[in-house]
Write a new protein. Sequence first.
Length: 204
Amino acid sequence: MPNPFQQAQFHLSVPDPAKLPTDTGLEVAFAGRSNAGKSSALNAISGQKTLARTSKTPGRTQHIVVFELDHDHRLIDLPGYGYAKVSRKIIQKWQHALNLYLTTRQSLYGLILMSDIRHPLKDSDLQMLDWCHQANMPVHVLLTKADKLSRGQAHSTWHQCEKRLQKDYQQVTTQLFSSKSGTGLDQAREVLANWLFSDGDDVT
Ligand SMILES: Nc1nc2c(ncn2[C@@H]2O[C@H](COP(=O)(O)OP(=O)(O)OP(=O)(O)O)[C@@H](O)[C@H]2O)c(=O)[nH]1
Ligand SMILES: [Mg+2]
């Protein structure tokens, strides 16, 4: 199957949602705690190693970064929430930008929420899920870095997370994911393709 995300191209990077491209078409944003693997997931999904900037240091992505698939479809890399190796003031600035983006962006269809499988669904993730639930925004959770656990441990954590989410967030879907090993890559692409292109539109 051709990968429609391979044609993702860097479009622009803005600190302030007011500077985003025109709010038309559809986009999906990659959200999650700092260092959860958002930018790495974007690279793996697009099949381009250096599309989005990644780093060992939490707080790498500091802007809202826009990748265009075509004129009407975009993937968005967001700064992380929670712990980051940057000042409190900068975190507050990001939080403000993130809130503004989430609450005002009409073309935002849904969130891919990355959560590190070694410490999944932290309070800040649950807060994000609460917000999405209230806003009726679809969320698909990637339990990232699955390669860091054994297969058995990864599946057991996944089932615990599913159980937790079933309680309060029945619409949320989850999967195992690893940018490193490729676990769950096809599934993540399928979710994104359904969200962005299910109206029969095709980017090829
Ligand atoms: N083993 C392993 N490491 C990963 C995986 N995904 C990301 N990493 C590593 O985790 C670190 C953070 O990855 P990023 O993709 O930069 O994370 P981010 O969520 O974009 O981080 P911020 O932009 O700082 O919020 C990097 O050192 C990556 O190499 C994975 O699937 N497996
Ligand atoms: Mg990043």
